[in-house]
Design a protein around this ligand. Structure first.
Ligand code: SF4
Length: 483
């Protein structure tokens, strides 16, 4: 008897199937939505994507709705196989249920190749830059001569509205209407979501994701490199691809996207400085984080080198952006509430940085990111939040604390001009919470940070008395509500 291929909710693209006839299993398990508060738009996207995939596959697909995955499998009376699940819990479950587990898909580097690289290379912490150089050679990416890139008109950062044409809109259909009705009912029955509902903003099918990818490569990629670190109150998307949920749902194959971006470079559509950061994000960072998640045993959870144990305050956990006066934090937290997404610089420098400065629990923060972001996944958030952003796992990967003050945020954004605080003020009514918070962070962790050249220099520059006062001012604010 041939096996039925179980497509998990992050395996919904064509590259997770081999032949056109194999029967398919799709499962909607309520337990997923009850474990911890999930953003309403994320819940909508996951259910919509599962149901759209079932509709595409027609009679081939068996869609089971159940309370738990185990209950769902109990209703299937034929052998089931699954591509390597994307979480440790998922893998343990698949083993315990006796499923046939196929190698992972959706990544260019195999676990064996990564382990061989890491074992051979390793003399200290693993570095993403070293891995990325190796991966480019290994997969033959960005080698050879470029195409000629025509001059593009220049615009000042963030000025004059959106810096790139908006992604094509998503058109909701009957499946989305059913999902919305069902989630409304679940909420009435007590399932708790965070964030605001809204029109579906992210692709739920391969066709939608592919259309977004093609539009990005043609119209947004040329400006991607230039704006990747910028934060702007008037333009939340800038020239980012906003395709992370499509990769993490498995709709898009990263290899396909890398090829499309490389072709844009070769054909003169975009410069190397625009294309290379996009490819580095996929071939470097994304692959590196996935591989680290499986390579390191034990995993990142529990790592807490800075001994940060403060719980997340309710206003942050509940995305209460209206309670926040700090312009940057209100904008980014509001973006998460309204779109279940923020770009990389906002995640690191505004959200993660605020938590790091105040000693919030890295594990709690990783769970928050996982539930609130439309692209949140265990392997992504544990490595990025616990391993990197919160500097909790020093020694196994090469990172540094993403702690910066308000002046740094001011350099990269247009937030501070309309903020009630001032980025260069440490004490008093208009003291920037990020600038005082940075001093407090340095002071609290001075013994642990002595080995970091940048932060050691920052410590040397500071007057001790001022640091102490800033610490006290900051400590007073801890637990006292949003800034
Ligand atoms: Fe953020 Fe401080 Fe700038 Fe206000 S002054 S926007 S709190 S960095």
């Amino acid at each position: 008897m041939s096996s039925r291929r179980w497509l998990l909710a992050d395996q919904l693209g064509p590259h997770f199937l081999d032949d056109g006839a194999q029967p398919v299993l799709l499962v909607e398990a309520r337990e997923v939505f009850r474990q911890r508060p999930m953003h309403r738009q994320k819940a909508h996207l996951v259910l919509s994507a599962l149901r759209h995939r079932a509709a595409e596959l027609g009679d081939r697909a068996l869609l089971v709705r159940a309370g738990t995955f185990r209950e769902a499998l109990a209703r299937v009376d034929e052998p089931v196989e699954v591509c390597h699940p994307p979480s440790r819990a998922g893998l343990a479950f698949a083993r315990s249920a006796g499923l046939t587990i196929l190698p992972p898909r959706g990544f260019l580097t195999s676990p064996e190749a990564f382990a061989a690289w890491a074992d051979a290379y390793r003399r200290g912490p693993l570095r993403v830059g070293d891995f990325y150089r190796w991966a480019r050679r290994e997969h033959g990416v960005l080698e050879g001569p470029p195409g000629r890139v025509p001059r593009r008109p220049r615009r000042s950062d963030g000025a004059g509205g959106a810096v790139a044409p908006a992604p094509p809109p998503i058109v909701e259909d009957e499946i989305d209407a059913q999902v919305r009705d069902e989630l409304d009912r679940w909420e009435k029955e007590g399932v708790r979501f965070v964030g605001r509902d809204g029109p579906r903003r992210y692709p739920a099918t391969y066709a939608e994701a592919d259309a977004r990818l093609r539009h990005f490569v043609r119209h947004r990629l040329p400006d991607h490199g230039r704006y990747q670190e910028v934060m702007s109150v008037g333009d939340p998307l800038l020239a980012h691809s906003v395709l992370s949920s499509s990769f993490n749902l498995g709709l898009l194959d990263p290899a396909e996207a890398i090829r499309a971006a490389e072709d844009a470079w070769r054909n003169g559509v975009a410069s190397l400085s625009a294309v290379e950061p996009f490819i580095r994000g996929l071939l470097g960072w994304r692959e590196f984080l996935w591989q680290l998640y499986w390579y390191f045993e034990p995993g990142f959870r529990g790592a807490n080198w800075l001994a940060a144990t403060e719980p997340l305050p309710d206003w942050f956990a509940d995305l209460d952006a209206d309670a926040v006066e700090a312009r940057c934090l209100a904008d980014v937290l509001g973006g998460v509430r309204d779109r279940a997404w923020a770009h990389h610089a906002q995640r690191l420098l505004v959200l993660g940085n605020y938590a790091l400065q105040r000693g919030w629990s890295p594990t709690e923060l990783a769970d928050w990111f996982k539930g609130c972001f439309v692209d949140g996944a265990d392997w992504v958030m544990n490595a990025t939040v616990i391993g990197m952003s919160q500097y909790a796992d020093l020694g196994r990967i090469d990172t540094r604390p993403y702690a910066v003050d308000g002046r740094y945020i001011d350099e990269l954004s247009d937030y501070c001009g309309t903020c009630r605080y001032q980025p260069d003020v440490v004490l008093g009514d208009v003291a920037c919470p990020y600038t005082g918070g940075f001093d407090a962070f340095l002071h609290r962790n001075r013994g642990r940070l002595a080995g970091d050249p940048r932060l050691a220099a920052e410590l040397d520059e500071r007057d001790d008395l001022q640091v102490r006062e800033a610490v006290l001012a900051q400590e007073d604010k801890r637990g006292a509500g949003p800034p």
